[in-house]
Design a protein around this ligand. Structure first.
Ligand code: F6P
Length: 328
């Protein structure tokens, strides 16, 4: 028999992403709708260990649906990885009357939540929030769509200067282990080449492809490189290599960095966050625990934490072919 839940704690953890605030708002308002209490937990598992909580009601989350970042702050906690840290967190939650959790973050967040839930028989649900889209069990994580739009806008601007100077630009985008952002923005912004960790193009083929596009009459080029791409040591080494082998090109590098994580969430991310928050709270109230709420075939879908953290999110191979054809 599942226990009756009286107060849900909500937290954001790991790298922040646009849409996290919209998810917090949804969790808080769904709790209010079902007349149960809700508390915000500051700085993820760190704040949980320290008992850094704030009681929240429907009005506490006004005017945040459009805000980037997370009002609850985010952190990566080493202490929560230890049994002692988790015991402290359990004591603080119990003291505050929090008897269930909604955790918003990536696979590190879900791993922590899963272990904690098992150790203390504590109901936990997860909402995937990361711009990298690297979580199994959902086609979209919160913030991914916003990041794609942000990056495409920036690449459009870089293209203006690239073509004015007949330059080749390597643009590095986020994606530590996966190429979702690179692949989609590469197609969306019409890049000549897209380098992702899932596909090892190799330096020779990269050169060949750039030579081909030069021969076909292109005077400037954009190559989108995922942060986790494995060709060369880094994007600057790529630049040196291409400059040494293609003297006809003047090459520049742009590393977009953390600006990709900021900004007001897109409508898609706001709607997704609102849907996920409702579902996460209602599943907890139905007695479910240790699941992540995801989006599959445009429907909310539950994936056990264990699968969400072990499974690999796959890139859309069709997009690679589309890109190849578009750069003819
Ligand atoms: O949120 C995921 C991510 O954006 C990765 O793509 C990137 O490698 C990492 O976060 C950067 O993390 P930090 O903010 O800790 O430097």
């Amino acid at each position: 028999m599942s226990k009756t839940i009286k107060k849900i704690g909500v937290m954001t953890s790991g790298g922040d992403s646009p849409g996290m605030n919209a998810a917090v708002r949804s969790v808080v308002r769904t709790c209010a709708y079902h007349r149960i209490a809700c508390a915000g937990i500051y700085r993820g598992f760190e704040g949980m260990i320290e008992g850094d909580f704030i009681d929240m009601d429907a009005r506490s989350v006004k005017d945040i649906i459009n805000k980037g970042g997370t009002i609850l702050k985010s952190a990566r906690s080493k202490e929560f990885r230890t049994p002692e840290g988790r015991k402290k967190a359990y004591d603080k939650l119990t003291e505050a009357g929090i008897d269930a959790l909604v955790t918003i973050g990536g696979d590190g967040t879900f791993t922590g939540a899963m272990i904690f839930g098992q150790e203390y028989d504590f109901p936990v649900m997860g909402i995937p929030g990361t711009i990298d889209n690297d979580i199994f069990g959902t086609t979209h994580t919160l913030g991914y769509d916003t990041a794609l739009n942000t990056v495409v806008e920036v690449i459009d601007k870089i293209r203006d200067t690239a073509s004015s100077h007949n330059r080749l630009f390597f643009i590095e985008v986020m994606g530590r282990d996966v190429g979702h952002i690179a692949l989609n923005v590469g197609v969306g912004a019409g890049a000549e080449e897209i380098l992702i960790p899932e596909e090892d193009l190799g330096l020779d083929r990269l050169l060949e492809s750039l030579r081909r596009s030069k021969r076909s009459g292109k005077s400037s080029s954009i190559v989108v490189v995922a942060e986790g791409d494995k060709i060369g040591k880094n994007v600057f080494e790529l630049k040196d290599y291409v400059e040494a082998n293609m003297t006809e090109y003047e090459v520049r590098v742009s590393v977009l960095g953390h600006m990709q994580r900021g900004g007001s969430p897109s409508c898609f991310d706001r709607v997704l966050a609102s849907r996920m928050g409702v579902r996460a709270v209602e599943e907890l109230l139905n007695g479910k625990t240790a699941y992540m709420v995801g989006l599959l075939n445009d429907k909310m879908a539950l994936t056990p934490f264990e699968q969400a953290v072990k499974g690999k999110s796959k890139i859309n191979m069709e997009l690679l072919r589309v890109s190849e054809i578009m750069t003819t």
